[in-house]
Ligand binder design. Structure first.
Ligand SMILES: [Mg+2]
Length: 301
């Protein structure tokens, strides 16, 4: 028998007046899964556990954080939740600024008319669906399907952005040694599994220190903001040893791989993104030439 009951959209209501929360719950619980919070701070705690919140209905005047401040915070936690304010009084300048900056999507006046509000919440759920789809496609556009890392395009954009903002950084190009022979021996599906394992190893190793992308083929790029030459060399060596000494997770067989790494720094070596990539690539080929499984950093110009 088909499951008839569709999963209901989640709605979070935040208001410092218990009576308002009770009325909203009574009104909305038939159509939606309703969560309540008596303050902005408690509302943020609810969102921590409910990443798929569809709609947030917030009061404006509350002790502590007000409704607009709360929804700004909420946007960074659950960007695809539709954000609405339900209030009797509001600073109209603050409201229009928040709407213009897309911090809030809708505004409703207290006291509200029940049927109207319920209909509006259904429409807000549709806003949420549209936002989710948009972020899904944005995610696809910057994600490498094989490894789940960010892709070449994302890397190029990020590098250009960082250099435009004058953020000092190091770029490491990391290439898997003898990958072609692994592919030839075990086939491409095994090769892809190996790449996924290497990608997650590098990503977990770099953590918050930088951004790892699949540059292409079996080559990864690692952008390390605020890293200068010596720190980049140290981290690259640690990464190289970590890979050489630990089996790659995921593939059907226990696989050990080595990588060759080349690095270059902005602004130390160059101030153009394309030259930085070229210098890191040259250093990578130097590592290959030295017999692989080693790290080289560009010479100071
Ligand atoms: Mg209030």
């Amino acid at each position: 028998m088909a499951e008839e009951k569709q999963q209901r959209a989640k709605v979070l209501c935040v208001d410092d007046e218990p009576g308002v929360l009770q009325s909203l719950t009574r009104l909305l619980k038939k159509d939606f899964e309703v969560y309540t919070a008596a303050s902005a701070e408690d509302g943020l705690k609810v969102l921590e556990d409910q990443a798929d919140m569809a709609v947030i209905v917030s009061d404006y005047r509350m002790p502590g954080m007000n409704g607009i401040e709360f929804l700004k915070e909420a946007r960074s936690m659950t960007p695809s939740a539709a954000r609405t304010i339900l209030s009797g009084q509001i600073d109209i300048n603050e409201l229009s600024e928040a709407i213009n900056k897309a911090e809030i999507h809708r505004f409703f006046l207290k006291p509200w008319e029940n049927d109207y509000l319920r209909l509006q919440i259904h429409e807000a759920v549709q806003t949420h669906i549209n936002l989710s789809e948009k972020s899904h496609f944005q995610h696809l556009a910057i994600t490498d399907p094989v490894t789940g890392l960010t892709n070449h395009r994302y890397f190029q954009d990020l590098l250009r952005e960082k250099i435009e903002e004058q953020t000092p950084l190091a770029l490491l190009m990391v290439d898997v040694d003898h990958f072609k022979s692994f592919n030839d021996k075990y086939g491409h599906p095994e090769g892809d599994r190996l790449l996924r394992g290497i990608a997650s190893t590098i990503d977990n190793f770099i953590e918050q220190k930088g951004s790892v992308s699949r540059y292409g083929g079996e080559e990864f790029s690692v952008l390390l903001p605020q890293f200068e030459k010596r720190q980049a060399m140290e981290l690259a060596e640690q990464l190289r040893l970590h890979l050489a000494e630990n089996p790659v997770p995921g593939p059907g067989r226990e696989a050990y791989v080595t990588v060759s790494i080349g690095g270059a720094c902005f602004p130390e070596h160059t101030d153009t993104p394309q030259v930085l990539i070229q210098l890191a690539d040259d250093a990578l080929y130097k590592s290959k030439g030295l017999g692989r499984n080693c790290t080289s950093i560009a010479e100071a110009s």
